[in-house]
Design a protein around this ligand. Structure first.
Ligand code: NAP
Length: 251
């Protein structure tokens, strides 16, 4: 492994990492030598398995459950991370949900549920890591947004608003923290095969497929690879950017 891709001694917290994209990001960063903190909601049994899998493969990992909507729980997770590994170097805001529907029929509860996890959750984790990263004078934050946050999407007003907001939060975080040696970027995946996209109808899947120049759906590994680059020293001069991982869907 090249020096720049080696994350030995660094610690990464990945939210919503029990399954899907987050779990693959955890696998990838662990394979590069990072200590991994798997976060997911309290009821997730996948999260325990995810940490066990990394340990069985020779990595250092712990599972710290907590809801990104709850600031106190997040603060506790950061404290426990520092107690266990001493530093927090990489934060990946991956936890996210959808509750789709046309706006005229969207309930306030569905709006709030998506904004609370996808956007406020990231605000909580960023706020909680700011102090330790500032003390270290280093750190990188990677937010998992979506191309729909760039292009809009009928039937996803809540989700699109959360991801567009996350892109704005990314740029502001980059500007507020760059003088302390901390970078913040977003990735914007297109259609990635996961439990989230499994819920979509075949008709919707076909529509997406026709619009993808590289003529395949993305895999969770496609996202993990770009996050790995952004987490590494190869990306140390990149901040405030949004990297599309979508097979060319949005150009
Ligand atoms: P996923 O399989 O549904 O994974 C999401 C994870 O987040 C789950 O493990 C979920 O836990 C966890 N989570 C939900 N609420 C949480 C909370 N309050 N606190 C902590 N963790 C929570 O979805 P995915 O496809 O891997 O998506 C991961 C991220 O990529 C999301 O932010 C999503 O918006 C984004 N994204 C996905 C796609 C795609 O095509 N799949 C495209 C663009 C962006 P449970 O297992 O308990 O539900």
């Amino acid at each position: 492994m090249s020096i720049e891709l080696d994350l030995t001694g660094k610690t990464a917290l990945i939210t919503g990492a029990g399954r899907g994209i987050g779990r693959d990001i955890a696998r990838k960063l662990s394979s590069m030598g990072a200590n991994i903190v798997i976060n997911d909601i309290a009821s997730s049994t996948d999260a325990d398995e995810a940490a066990e899998e990394l340990i069985a493969a020779g990595g250092n990992a712990i599972c710290l459950k907590g809801d990104v909507r709850n600031y106190d729980e997040i603060e506790k997770i950061i404290k426990n991370t520092l107690d266990k590994f001493s530093t927090i170097d990489i934060l990946v805001n991956n936890a996210g949900i959808t509750k789709d529907g046309l706006m005229m029929r969207m309930s306030e509860d569905d709006w709030d549920a998506v904004l609370d996890i996808n956007l406020k959750g990231a605000f909580h984790t960023i706020k909680a890591v700011t102090r330790p990263m500032m003390k270290q004078r280093s750190g990188t934050i990677i937010n998992v947004a979506s191309i729909v946050g760039v292009m809009g999407n009928a039937g996803q007003a809540n989700y699109v608003a959360s991801k567009a907001g996350l892109i704005g939060l990314t740029k502001t975080t980059a500007k507020e923290l760059s003088s302390r040696g901390i970078t913040c970027n977003a990735v914007a995946p297109g259609f990635i095969r996961s439990a989230m996209t499994d819920q979509l109808t075949d008709a919707v899947k076909q529509e997406y497929f026709k619009a993808i120049p590289l003529a395949r759906f993305g895999e969770t590994e496609d996202v993990a690879n770009v996050v790995a680059f952004l987490a590494s020293d190869l990306a140390k001069y990149i901040t405030g950017q949004v990297i599309h991982i979508d097979g060319g869907l949005v150009m």
